[in-house]
Write a protein of this length. Structure first.
Length: 169
């Protein structure tokens, strides 16, 4: 089931070994789920649960946000993802990652830029995200791309239903 049309921007980059890499950023669709989930569970600092991050949970999210979630590919192989969407007032970013061997090449920034442009096109002016405090590399990335820490807020959370966390590597 395809939930959104693929918007893609291809660009050619050299990899670290001098070979040719064709990196593409395109809108995410549900057919990407297995590769995305595999990437998530192999990403240090990622927090997942079995409800929201299940295939059904992501289907619901993509139906609500069909134009704001993106994947990065290297020659057709999924190497990064950003889940973003909005409630009509604020944008939110979740579960952003790039495969470890591809980090430091600007791919994460390109994913963030794609999400920010898509959210802006939908009338959103401010975007928020939550990162685990112990996720040092994730927090360093978000700081580098311009997301600041808000010390004047207290993040609160209450489950409507008990959520089961996914045990990661």
């Amino acid at each position: 089931m395809k939930l959104s049309a693929a918007l893609s921007v291809g660009e050619i980059q050299k990899d670290s070994l001098g070979g040719m890499v064709i990196m593409t950023i395109r809108t995410m669709n549900i057919e990407d789920f297995e590769e995305i989930y595999d990437l998530w569970i192999h990403t240090e600092g990622m927090g997942l649960n079995t409800t929201d991050d299940s295939r059904d949970g992501i289907v619901k999210y993509l139906l609500r946000n069909p134009n704001t979630c993106f994947v990065a590919e290297d020659n057709g192989k999924l190497i990064g993802v950003i889940i973003s969407g909005h409630d009509g007032r604020r944008g939110f970013i979740y579960h952003t990652t790039v495969k470890k061997e591809y980090r430091g090449q600007g791919i994460g920034k390109k994913l963030v830029d794609s999400a920010m442009k898509a959210l802006e096109a939908e009338g959103i002016h401010k975007v928020a995200l939550v990162a685990f405090e112990k996720n040092v590399s994730g927090n360093a990335f978000w700081e580098k791309v311009g997301f600041t820490v808000r010390d004047d807020l207290v993040y609160r959370n209450k489950n409507i239903h008990q959520l089961k966390r996914v045990d990661l590597i």
